[in-house]
Design a protein around this ligand. Structure first.
Ligand code: SF4
Ligand code: SF4
Length: 350
C-alpha cells in the first residue's frame, strides 16, 4: 500500500464499516502509531450543522477512526475550537464521546503558545503542538473566498480565535493564502483522512449543497490530498492560491507541482461539481462587492445570541431597532459570521 495517497471509493456513511479492515491496515502500518500514543484528531466542526448538511466532518467517519485507534490501544483526543456544546450535539459527535467514554478537547481550553512560521508569530494550540501523533479529518468543501477548503485550510482553526478574527481582516487573496499555509506548516498532520464521501458544492463552507463523491482519502501529505480532490472537482490548481502557496513553500512531500500532478492524475476522474467562479483583480473586487451587499440576517430565524457581532473583525454587525443587522459598507465578507451563526440565520440574498 502506498501511504501517500490511499483512496477508497463508492462509500456511503451507512455502510462505512465495510471499509474497516482497509482503514485499519492503513492506520496500523503508519510509523507513528503505537500503543499508548496520545493522538490529537482535529475535526472540521465549523458550526452547529447537522451531518447531512455536509458542512462538518461526518460522525460515521469519526466513529470509524476512533474505533480503530482504541483497538490499537491509543489515547484518543477528539479536538476542535468550538463555541459550545450545541455544536457537538448538532453534529452528532456527542454520542461518539458517550459511546467510547471520551472527553472532547476544545482547543481554546488547553492553551496557546507563540510559534513563529515564515516570519510571523502565531498563537498556536498547545494541545496539537504537544500531542504524539496528529491526525486531521477534514471535510472537502467549496469556499466562497478561498474557492475550496480541505486539509490545508482546516488547520487554520489551530490558532487562537482572537488571532483568527484579526487575521481575517486581511482579505487579500495572496496574503490570506500565505497565512493559511504558515499555520499549516507549524505542525503538518501525520495522517490526513479526508471525508469526501459527501462533499459540499456551491456556496461553501456553510451555505452550499451536499455533493456525493463517495471518497475517503487517506494520506501522509495534506497538500497531495487537496490537489487530488480539487482536480476531481474540476478546479484548475493554478488558480488556487492556497494550494500554489503550499507547493511553493515545499509543504508537500513532493518536490514540485509537476511531480504532484504526475503522481495523482492517474487516479483522477473528474466529477460534475458546482464550483464557485474564480475571479482575479477588478473582477474579484466586483464579485466580493456583490456578495457582501447580499449578506443579510433573517430576522424570523435570529435568536439574538450576538455571536455574529462578537465574531465580526470589521464591526459590521450591530443591533439596530432591537435587531441584528449587517452593514454592507463595513462588511469585508470574511464569512466568520456565516460560520458561527448557530441557527443559520445569515444568508446570501443573491
Ligand atoms: S459581517 Fe460577517 S462576513 Fe461581513 S465582515 Fe463581519 S463577520 Fe465577516
Ligand atoms: S444572526 Fe445568528 S449569530 Fe447573529 S445574533 Fe442572530 S442567531 Fe446569533
Amino acid at each position: 500500500m502506498d501511504s501517500r495517497l490511499h483512496i477508497i471509493n463508492n462509500l456511503n456513511y451507512d455502510i462505512l464499516y465495510q471499509c474497516y479492515d482497509d482503514v485499519y491496515r492503513y492506520i496500523k502500518n503508519h510509523k507513528s502509531i503505537a500503543k499508548g500514543k496520545r493522538i490529537a484528531i482535529k475535526l472540521n466542526l465549523v458550526g452547529p450543522h447537522k451531518p447531512e448538511a455536509a458542512a462538518t466532518t461526518h460522525p460515521e467517519v469519526v466513529s470509524l477512526i476512533v474505533d480503530i485507534l482504541i483497538s490499537l490501544e491509543c489515547e484518543v483526543m477528539l479536538c476542535e475550537d468550538i463555541d459550545g456544546i450545541s455544536i457537538l450535539e448538532e453534529t452528532k459527535i456527542l454520542p461518539i464521546l458517550k459511546k467510547y467514554g471520551l472527553s472532547f478537547y476544545n482547543l481554546r481550553e488547553y492553551g496557546y503558545k507563540s510559534i513563529e512560521a515564515f516570519g510571523e508569530t502565531y498563537q498556536y494550540s498547545e494541545l496539537i503542538d504537544t500531542c504524539d501523533v496528529f491526525i486531521e479529518i477534514p471535510k472537502f468543501k467549496t469556499h466562497m473566498l478561498t474557492h475550496y477548503t480541505g486539509a490545508i485550510k482546516n488547520l487554520y482553526g489551530c490558532i487562537k480565535r482572537k488571532q483568527r478574527k484579526d487575521l481575517h481582516k486581511n482579505i487579500d487573496e495572496d496574503d490570506f493564502a500565505k497565512i493559511i499555509c504558515s499555520v499549516y506548516s507549524i505542525r503538518k498532520p501525520d495522517i490526513v483522512i479526508m471525508d469526501a464521501i459527501t462533499a459540499m458544492e456551491g456556496w461553501g463552507p456553510s451555505l452550499g449543497q451536499p455533493k456525493y463523491l463517495g471518497k475517503l482519502v487517506l494520506s501522509t501529505d495534506g497538500v497531495l490530498v487537496d490537489y487530488y480532490l480539487v482536480l476531481t472537482a474540476g478546479f484548475k490548481p493554478e488558480q488556487l492560491k492556497t494550494l500554489q502557496n503550499a507547493i511553493k513553500r515545499h509543504l508537500s512531500e513532493f518536490a514540485s507541482e509537476e511531480d504532484i500532478f504526475q503522481y495523482c492524475s492517474p487516479y483522477v476522474k473528474e466529477e460534475k461539481f458546482n464550483r464557485l467562479p474564480v475571479y482575479f483583480g477588478r473582477q474579484r473586487e466586483k464579485y466580493i462587492e456583490i456578495l457582501r451587499r447580499s449578506l443579510h440576517i433573517n430576522q424570523d430565524e435570529c435568536i439574538h445570541c450576538g455571536k455574529c457581532k462578537d465574531a465580526c473583525p470589521f464591526n459590521a454587525i450591530d443591533m439596530e431597532s432591537n435587531m441584528y443587522q449587517c452593514n454592507s459598507e463595513k462588511c469585508n465578507l470574511c464569512t466568520c459570521c456565516l460560520e458561527l451563526c448557530p441557527v443559520g440565520a445569515i444568508r446570501l440574498r443573491l
